[in-house]
Design a protein around this ligand. Structure first.
Ligand SMILES: [Zn+2]
Length: 413
């Protein structure tokens, strides 16, 4: 499998090289296809990749250019060995010949590998459950630190959901709370984002024993690295230690994603309208770090904040909420972010010094004096902005200002 994945990545790189060297009028899907066929005939280690997987590489590459031309993405580039997820496509479902052999295990045909077992985690339309509308149309194999995984592409007919009658909710990606909800029903995973000394806890998804093990492994790796001479290869022992560290981190990621899935499903089931903040996470992380000529201020504090933002993976939460609310008949709206964490959600004024610390918010307006969790305050502000008609970017991508009828600014809050 590893060989196939390396061949797929190399094919991408060769293809990119070929494409960018060709004069513009010679670049086409057909000429690229001919070039791939020729390469597969002449370079024997490329032939380990099944012909259809090679076709899938070309298709993905061409799609990458289309995404670039339509302004959705940057131009495709070379894939580096260390940064690329090892993956192989199986574009045709009928080659897979999936059978269920046990309550928890299934078997599938992988081209050039043979029959392999896989963990049966979801209902799949195979055998008598499959028909023209409900079937598996392909699969993709991907590798992480814990091994190879198979993901099936399924085509299915789904009834259009009834419009969700649930209430509206504003959600904030919090600093002290993972997800703060405007109605006070905050979603927490019980794993504090910060260590007792105030630093962001990078490994909060690991249990105490696992954390201790990770620390030991990191110390061992550092020690072995010291003994490595200049220009020497990484020893097999050191590589093994690195692998063990990666495995622990992969476990942590799985737990985080699992929690995200469960929480977002729950939210999509309960609420009809979900409002989130339009955040540009990339820019936030960038601005804290600054540039070499102009280093950012308070980098340590900010990067602690950034780290926990990145780790809670706000972007992924929003993606999940987008498709899950749509599936349950609800909608997701985004509102512009500025000031939501500084404004008071009870009186609407931004008074200097109101946000004393990270967690509690105390309004310094003498007529108000509202206090509460700062993340909760922001979530209430987000919902308020939506009710005032500031939802500029609906999930569907249309720029529509929507103001529900009969909601006056005073009662909106
Ligand atoms: Zn106030």
């Amino acid at each position: 499998m590893d060989e196939q994945a390396h061949a797929a990545r190399t094919l991408w790189n060769l293809l990119h090289d070929w494409w960018t060297m060709q004069p513009k009028d010679k670049r086409s899907l057909a000429t690229a296809d001919t070039a791939i066929r020729q390469a597969r005939g002449e370079i024997d280690w490329l032939a380990v990749l099944p012909a259809q997987a090679a076709q899938a590489v070309l298709k993905t590459y061409f799609q990458a250019w289309k995404n670039c031309w339509d302004g959705r993405a940057d131009a495709p580039n070379f894939k580096a060995r260390i940064r690329t997820v090892m993956s192989v496509d199986i574009p045709q479902g009928r080659d897979l010949n999936i059978t269920r052999v046990h309550r928890r295990w299934g078997m599938a045909n992988i081209p050039k590998i043979g029959r392999v077992r896989f963990r049966w985690t979801k209902d799949l339309p195979v055998g008598k459950h499959a028909d023209k509308e409900d079937r598996i149309t392909g699969a993709r194999l991907a590798k992480d630190a814990l091994g190879w995984h198979i993901a099936f592409r399924v085509q299915t007919l789904e009834a259009r959901p009834e419009p969700h009658q649930g209430t509206e909710v504003g959600i904030d990606a919090g600093v002290s709370l993972p997800l703060a909800l405007s109605d006070g029903d905050h979603q927490d995973h019980g794993r504090p984002p910060r260590l007792p000394d105030g630093r962001a806890d990078r490994d909060k998804w690991l249990n105490p024993q696992e954390k201790a093990k990770l620390l030991g492994l990191e110390q061992r790796a550092a020690q072995r690295k010291q003994h490595r001479g200049r220009g020497e290869n990484t020893s097999r022992r050191l590589r093994h230690t690195y692998d063990q560290i990666k495995q622990l981190r992969a476990t942590a990621t799985r737990r985080a994603v699992d929690w995200q899935h469960k929480t977002t499903t729950n939210i999509a089931r309960r609420y009809g309208t979900v409002v989130v903040e339009q955040l540009n996470i990339k820019n936030m992380v960038k601005s804290a770090r600054g540039t070499i000529e102009e280093p950012g201020r308070n980098v340590a504090q900010k990067s602690g904040l950034n780290r926990s933002i990145s780790q809670e993976a706000w972007g992924r939460t929003v993606t999940m909420l987008t498709y899950k609310t749509a599936r349950h008949g609800g909608t997701l709206h985004k509102v512009p972010a500025p000031g939501t964490s500084l404004r008071c959600s009870a009186c609407g004024s931004t008074t200097p010094g109101s946000r004393e610390d990270q967690a509690p918010f105390v309004c310094k307006n003498p007529d108000c004096g509202w206090s509460g969790n700062a993340d909760w305050n922001a979530a209430r502000n987000i919902l308020h902005l939506y009710r005032m008609g500031h939802a500029l970017i609906p999930a569907a991508g249309r720029a529509v200002v929507r103001r529900p009828r009969g909601v006056k600014p005073a009662t909106a809050r």
